[in-house]
Ligand binder design. Structure first.
Ligand code: TRP
Length: 467
C-alpha cells in the first residue's frame, strides 16, 4: 500500500474534505431548494438534518476509511464480508452518476464566467439558449466548457492527493469564503435586501410537507458529500494522529456555514431583483444563472467586477467537489485493478464524460433527453438530468448513509469503531460525543433513514403518498 497518497496534516485533510463538501450544492443548489421549499422552513430542516443524521455518518465514513486504508468497496469488504462490498459498489455508481451531471452544471458556470468577462450580461435572459446550444459547430459553448471542466478535474486528480487535491483546496477554500463575505456585505446595501433575508430566515412552518423533508434530507447528504464513499476515500489518506470527531465537526461547520452564507449572499440579491416579493420566485436550475447576471448588470461598474468573480468562485467551488467525486472511482480502479493513477484517471474521466452527455443534451438540445420520462405525480416529463438527480441525491445517498450506519453499528461493531475514533484523540468511551454518535447511528439514522428512503421512492417514482 506504499503507493497510496496521504494528506500532510489535519488542516490539509479538513481543507480537502471541506473542499469536497462545499460546491455547487451550496451555492447553486441550496438557494433554489430553499425557494422551492418555501424559504426558512427548509433551512431549518436542512440544518437539523446535517447535525442529527449527517455528522454521525460523516464520522463513521471517515473512520471506516482510515481504519482500512482502502477504497469504499475494499473497505466494506475487509471489515464486513464480500456481500458488503456491494454497498461500496453502490456508492461508486452513485458518485459516477452525480459527477456526470455535476460536470455539466460546472461547465455552465465556467461559460458564464467567460461570457460575463466579455461583458455579455444579457446572458441572464438567454439562459435557455445558452444551455441548449451544444453543437460542435458553435463552439465555444456548453459542450466546450463541460469538456474543459472535465479535463481540469482529471488533471488535479492525476496530480494526486497532496500535490493536487490538497493544494488546490488549501488555496481555493479561503479565497471562496472571502469572496462570499464581500458579496454578502455588498448585497446588504441594496434596496429590498431585507425582504430577501426575511424570506430566508423567518420560517413559516406551515410550508413544511413531506416533499420538503425529502429534499432537505437529500440536500443535506449531497452538500456534505455523504452516503457514497467520498469520505471513506478521503479518510483512507488520513493520518492516525488526527482526531476524527473534531475534524468531522469542522467539516460539517464549514459546509453548513458556507451554504448558510451563500444564502445570505443570494437572498438580498433576489429581494432587490424582485422588488421585495419573493413568494413567487421560481426556484430551479436556472435560478442563479438567470437572476444574477441581470443583477450584476443593474449594478453598473461594480457589477463588472463582482459578476465575473462570482462565477469564477462558483467554478472553483465546483472543481474541488468534482475532484472528490472522481477520486472515488479512481482509487477504486487503482486499488482493485492495480492500475497506474494516470490510466485510472483516463478511464474514469472518459467514462463519466460520456455518461454526462445525456445530461448535457437534456436542456433543450435533444428533445429525447429533455423530455425523457414521466413518473410519480408529475404530468410533465422529467429531463434526464433531473432524473439522475432524483435518483442519486434524494434516493441513493440517504440509502447509502443508512447502510453505512447499519454497517458501523451491527457489522463493524461498537468496540472496533470506538478503537478507531480513540486513535489520535483522548476520547473516553463513555464520553458524551461517542455516546451521541452511536446513539444517533443506531436509533435515529437507521430507522428514520430507512423509512424516509421507502417513502421517497414511493413519492418520487410511483406517485404514492402514504402520509
Ligand atoms: N458536496 C458537493 C456539493 O455540495 C458535491 C459532492 C462532492 C458530492 N462529492 C460528493 C455529493 C459525494 C454527494 C456525494 O456540491
Amino acid at each position: 500500500m506504499a503507493s497510496r497518497g496521504n494528506f500532510s496534516n489535519q488542516f490539509g485533510f479538513i481543507a480537502a474534505a471541506a473542499g469536497s463538501a462545499v460546491g455547487l450544492g451550496n451555492i447553486w443548489k441550496f438557494p433554489f431548494e430553499v425557494t422551492k421549499g418555501g424559504g426558512a422552513a427548509f433551512v431549518v430542516m436542512y440544518l437539523a438534518f446535517c447535525f442529527i443524521f449527517c455528522y454521525p455518518i460523516l464520522v463513521a465514513e471517515i473512520s471506516i476509511g482510515r481504519n482500512t486504508k482502502q477504497n469504499p468497496l475494499g473497505a466494506l469488504r475487509t471489515l464486513g464480508s464480500k456481500k458488503w462490498g456491494i454497498v461500496g459498489i453502490l456508492g461508486i455508481v452513485c458518485g459516477t452518476i452525480i459527477l456526470s451531471f455535476y460536470h455539466v452544471v460546472a461547465g455552465w458556470s465556467l461559460g458564464y464566467f467567460v461570457e460575463i468577462v466579455k461583458g455579455n450580461f444579457d446572458i441572464g435572459n438567454s439562459f435557455g439558449d445558452f444551455v441548449k446550444d451544444t453543437s460542435p459547430r458553435t463552439m465555444p459553448n456548453v459542450t466546450f466548457y463541460t469538456t474543459i471542466f472535465t479535463c481540469l478535474t482529471a488533471y488535479i486528480v492525476y496530480r494526486g492527493v497532496k500535490q493536487g487535491i490538497e493544494l488546490t483546496s488549501k488555496i481555493l477554500m479561503p479565497t471562496l469564503i472571502i469572496i462570499i463575505v464581500v458579496l454578502f456585505v455588498y448585497g446588504l446595501t441594496l434596496p429590498h435586501a431585507l425582504s430577501g433575508i426575511e424570506f430566508y430566515l423567518i420560517p413559516d412552518f406551515s410550508k413544511i410537507n413531506f416533499t420538503v423533508i425529502y429534499s432537505a434530507l437529500g440536500q443535506a447528504f449531497f452538500s456534505l458529500s455523504l452516503g457514497m464513499g467520498t469520505l471513506i476515500t478521503y479518510g483512507s489518506y488520513l493520518d492516525r494522529k488526527v482526531t476524527i470527531h473534531k475534524a468531522a465537526a469542522y467539516i460539517t461547520l464549514a459546509d453548513v456555514g458556507i451554504a448558510f452564507l451563500a444564502g445570505l449572499m443570494i437572498f438580498p440579491f433576489l429581494g432587490f431583483m424582485n422588488d421585495g416579493v419573493l413568494d413567487n420566485v421560481e426556484g430551479g436550475a436556472g435560478l442563479i444563472f438567470q437572476t444574477l447576471p441581470l443583477f450584476f448588470q443593474e449594478l453598473g461598474t461594480p457589477g463588472k467586477v463582482v459578476g465575473p468573480v462570482f462565477f469564477l468562485l462558483l467554478s472553483f467551488a465546483a472543481l474541488t467537489s468534482a475532484v472528490s467525486l472522481l477520486e472515488v472511482a479512481v482509487t477504486y480502479l487503482i486499488d482493485e485493478f492495480k492500475l497506474k493513477r494516470r490510466t485510472a484517471v483516463l478511464i474514469a474521466s472518459t467514462f463519466i464524460f460520456l455518461l454526462g452527455i445525456p445530461s448535457l443534451l437534456a436542456h433543450g438540445s435533444s428533445s429525447f433527453f429533455s423530455e425523457f420520462i414521466t413518473y410519480g405525480n408529475s404530468e410533465k416529463a422529467t429531463d434526464f438530468m433531473s432524473l439522475a438527480e432524483d435518483l442519486a441525491n434524494d434516493s441513493l445517498l440517504p440509502l447509502g448513509g443508512c447502510l453505512i450506519a447499519f454497517f458501523t453499528v451491527y457489522i463493524w461493531k461498537k468496540h472496533n469503531f470506538y478503537a478507531e475514533l480513540k486513535r489520535g484523540s483522548n476520547l473516553k468511551a463513555d464520553g458524551f460525543v461517542i455516546k451521541y454518535i452511536m446513539f444517533s447511528l443506531k436509533y435515529i439514522c437507521i430507522p428514520i433513514l430507512s423509512i424516509i428512503f421507502i417513502l421517497t421512492i414511493l413519492d418520487h417514482f410511483l406517485g404514492i403518498q402514504l402520509i
